[in-house]
Design a protein. Structure first.
Lengths: 228, 225
């Protein structure tokens, strides 16, 4: 006789399953890498900025590039579940819906973090970047900023899966709602790179944004996944 | 395959009850005031033309679709409250193409809090080789259907909902699957099978349910000699 599965078990199994599927198909990671690489190269050749200008614009450039690239991974997240309608098999199981949401968000966090780790050296090289502020805050900003993108992205991608224009709809919903987070990420990153002002207020804003939207997404996901 | 932990063979026990079920998709009425009671431990074959509402009825019974009005009870409770006690095999396989059969079933077994050891037994039960190291995307349609059946029974459910289980399956495999479904019924499970091939289930069906334009228009008992 089956029993209700543990939240942690479903979380771990779903992340493991998604990583295995991505490792085999490489649907998301290849597209994200290629897109980000194009952004780095095109902007680098278009502007040819000085080191000082680079520090001022790099924050915006980096995060805009990651935001657009993340959309690719976010669309793939639920596309995998829609093929062969495997999502229905989850919905009729006693597994808690929030475990699926959190697993998907953490999976996307892993994909986007891998992208960031691969792209960071290239950004540094192409834009001749050197942080004048406290560089140790950059990983904190990266983690908080990435979570802000993926938690909302995962949620809104789930909302749009049943629409025919889901790939167009996701950025239309996600980008406006991510604006406060994007503003905080860009300003915090620029503050660290230029050393002109403290990034702490922006990091605090990003933390509050993450907590608020993670809570809202967890509260509403059960309704979203069962909506027709 | 073991028998369900809670025997349900007595016909007096109600497996599913539908009370004035109406289901709209926009302005289209898919189910029109469907009221019915289905006793446990029987194999029901649901028949009807395309668009008659068979699959919608099955999805409403599983809780995958919420009725616009009316109430569904599975084993006396809301479908969402008895998920571990029923299984669902959809028209699509409900499996991940990028994973092998064992990997798929390992994942779904965990969703029901089951251990890995049930996986190989479930695969053998449907006549597949658990050592087959091939991704589901490379399976034939018949193999997918069998694996999908294995997925839907992996947690040993009391009620099984099957939507077109024999589609694209060769004749021999279809009869093998039908015999397996008959065996499950004999073990006390309740089965609802939507199909366009009723002849395959002729030897095992207890009742035929005819649907047309979103309504149950006839229920016919199968009298076996």
């Amino acid at each position: 006789m089956s029993v209700a599965p543990g939240f942690g078990t479903v979380l771990r199994m779903t992340i493991g399953k998604d990583l295995r599927m991505e490792w085999r198909s490489k649907d998301a990671i290849n597209s994200m890498l290629f897109f980000s690489l194009l952004v780095v190269v095109i902007f680098s050749f278009s502007f040819d900025p000085t080191a000082e200008t680079s520090r001022e614009i790099a924050g915006g450039l980096i995060w805009t590039s990651f935001l657009f690239a993340a959309v690719v991974a976010l669309n793939q997240t639920w596309a995998r579940e829609l093929r062969s309608q495997a999502l229905d098999a989850f919905r009729v199981s006693p597994a808690p819906p929030n475990s699926l949401f959190l697993a998907k968000a953490l999976g996307n966090m892993i994909f986007v973090t891998i992208l960031e780790c691969l792209m960071a050296p290239l950004f540094t090289m192409f834009y001749n970047l050197r942080a004048l502020g406290n560089w140790k805050l950059l990983p904190v900003i990266a983690i908080l900023g990435t979570w802000a993108l993926v938690v909302n992205g995962t949620f809104f991608a789930a909302m749009s899966i049943r629409t025919r224009i889901r790939e167009t709809l996701l950025p239309l919903i996600l980008f406006p709602i991510s604006l406060p987070a994007l503003l905080a990420m860009v300003n915090a990153t620029t503050a660290v790179l230029t050393g002109d002002y403290s990034p702490i207020i922006w990091i605090k804003l990003l933390t509050v944004y993450d907590v608020v939207f993670t809570t809202i997404c967890l509260m509403l996901f059960g309704t979203v996944i069962n909506a027709e | 395959m073991t028998t369900p932990a809670q025997p349900v063979a007595t016909e007096a026990k109600v497996a599913v009850s539908l009370d004035s079920i109406v289901k709209f998709f926009g302005r289209f009425v898919a189910l029109r005031n469907v009221t019915a009671t289905f006793a446990a431990g029987r194999l029901y074959v649901i028949l009807g033309d395309n668009g008659a509402g068979k699959s919608t009825l099955l999805r409403v019974m599983t809780g995958l679709l919420k009725p616009t009005s009316g109430a569904v009870k599975l084993l006396g409770e809301d479908p969402d409250d008895v998920n571990p006690r029923f299984g669902y095999m959809g028209h699509a396989p409900l499996l991940y193409d990028e994973l092998t059969g064992v990997e798929n079933l390992n994942y779904f077994a965990k969703l029901y809090g089951m251990d890995d050891h049930v996986v190989r037994d479930a695969i053998r039960t449907v006549g597949l080789d658990p050592d087959l190291d091939r991704r589901v995307g490379n399976y034939s349609q018949g193999m997918r259907q069998r694996m999908s059946l294995a997925r839907s029974v992996i947690h040993n459910p009391e009620i099984l909902f099957l939507d077109e289980p024999f589609s694209n399956v060769d004749v021999k495999s279809a009869h093998d699957m039908a015999a397996l479904l008959g065996k499950m019924r004999d073990e006390g499970r309740t089965l609802f099978v939507v199909t366009h091939q009723p002849a395959v289930l002729e030897a095992f069906a207890d009742e035929y349910i005819m649907m047309s334009s979103g309504q149950i228009v006839e229920r016919r008992e199968e009298h076996k000699a």
